[in-house]
Every structure is written in structure tokens, then in C-alpha cells.
Design a protein around this ligand. Structure first.
Ligand SMILES: [Zn+2]
Length: 206
């Protein structure tokens, strides 16, 4: 009888131990999963950090632009550049930086992974030998190389647009959609000193 009771007690102890071991294992699995998620979201939030600060670091300042433009009398098409046009070129530069940064910041809120280049309001004659309309970059490429954010030079009409489609653009067959990066290294981009006075800038009256 005593042996049977001891046996039952031992069995109960073993059962409790088994349950505890199982429970602990489940707990540690949960912790592991949680860590994996935190780790992934950490990287994700770094990539999604606004590229504004990094971009402004590598782009010339307004003072630099004004100083440079003071020494320029004509643009790449040999059109004369007036004082009003110089002022407009600097204003458009800042406006274009802000607009493209806003596009990316808004895209980050919506989880946009791809952005494609477009010329607006007209084709940029400086950029067209570097970038084709519809060429795309990933959000990670923007994070790694903020210099791929337009404007690339004074009077640049290139802009970035978000691609909202669900498909991976790397696999797309859409006409004109192909990656800007052919390998890991940064493609050549125009020199900011190339001045283009578009029809919008030419003969500004304000
Ligand atoms: Zn351009």
C-alpha cells in the first residue's frame, strides 16, 4: 500500500516536472519569436528613416547655389539666364528637394517599396542621358544612396513617384519599367552645376 502511494506521488512529481518543462519551452519560443520581430522591425525603421538629413548633407546649400549662379550667364541650351531666373532656379531647387522628400515620407507611411523616375513638367535634357523615364529604385537603395533623390542639378525636372502596385518591379514586364541599378554600385548622375532653364523658368515675371 505504502509502495503504491509513493509510486503515485513519484508519478505526480514527474508529471508536474514534465508540464513545467513543456511550459518553459513554450515561453522561450515566444521570447525568441518576439526578438525576431523586434530585430526585423529595427532594421525596417532604419530604412524608413526620412532621407532629408542625409540628402541635405550631400547637396549644395542655397548660398552655394546663389554664388555659383552669379557666375553663370547662360544655361546648357545657351539661353541667357536673368536675375529673376537665377532666383527661380534656387527656389525650384528647394521646392523639388522638399517635394521628393515628402513623396518618400508619405510612401513610408503607406509601405511603398518602389519609386520610379519621371520628368515633370517636361523632359530634363541633362538627366535624360543618365535616367530613363520609368526607371525605378527600391526604398532600400534610396536609404543606401540618398543621392539618387532628385533634383540632380539646377533646373532639374526629374522627380520620384511612388509605385503602389503589389507586384515586385524586379519581375515586372511593364514597358519602360527597369531598375536604375544594374549592380550594387551607384550609377553616374548629373553634376549639380549643369543649369537648365525649362520653359517654366524661362522669362519668369514674378
Ligand atoms: Zn535633370
Amino acid at each position: 500500500m505504502i509502495v503504491a502511494v509513493i509510486g503515485i506521488i513519484l508519478l505526480l512529481i514527474l508529471l508536474i516536472l514534465a508540464i513545467r518543462i513543456g511550459f518553459n519551452k513554450e515561453m522561450s519560443d515566444d521570447i525568441l519569436d518576439e526578438n525576431t520581430v523586434i530585430h526585423a522591425s529595427g532594421i525596417y525603421s532604419i530604412i524608413r528613416k526620412s532621407p532629408k538629413e542625409e540628402l541635405l548633407k550631400i547637396r549644395p546649400s542655397q548660398e552655394e547655389l546663389i554664388k555659383y549662379l552669379a557666375s553663370i550667364n547662360e544655361d546648357i541650351c545657351k539661353f541667357p539666364v536673368s536675375d529673376k531666373e537665377r532666383k527661380k532656379l534656387v527656389e525650384d531647387w528647394s521646392e523639388s528637394i522638399n517635394r521628393n522628400i515628402e513623396t518618400i515620407e508619405q510612401g513610408d507611411k503607406e509601405g511603398v517599396e518602389f519609386y520610379y523616375f519621371q520628368f515633370s513638367p517636361e523632359t530634363c535634357p541633362v538627366c535624360k542621358s543618365y535616367i530613363k523615364k520609368g526607371q525605378f529604385v527600391t526604398r532600400e537603395e534610396i536609404f543606401r544612396y540618398p543621392s539618387i533623390i532628385p533634383p540632380f542639378h539646377l533646373g532639374c525636372t526629374t522627380c520620384l513617384n511612388p509605385h503602389h502596385g503589389k507586384e515586385n518591379l524586379r519581375d515586372t514586364t511593364e514597358l519602360g519599367m527597369f531598375p536604375l541599378f544594374s549592380n550594387e554600385s551607384l550609377p553616374q548622375l548629373p553634376d549639380w552645376k549643369k543649369v537648365f532653364t525649362s520653359n517654366v523658368i524661362k522669362g519668369v515675371t514674378t
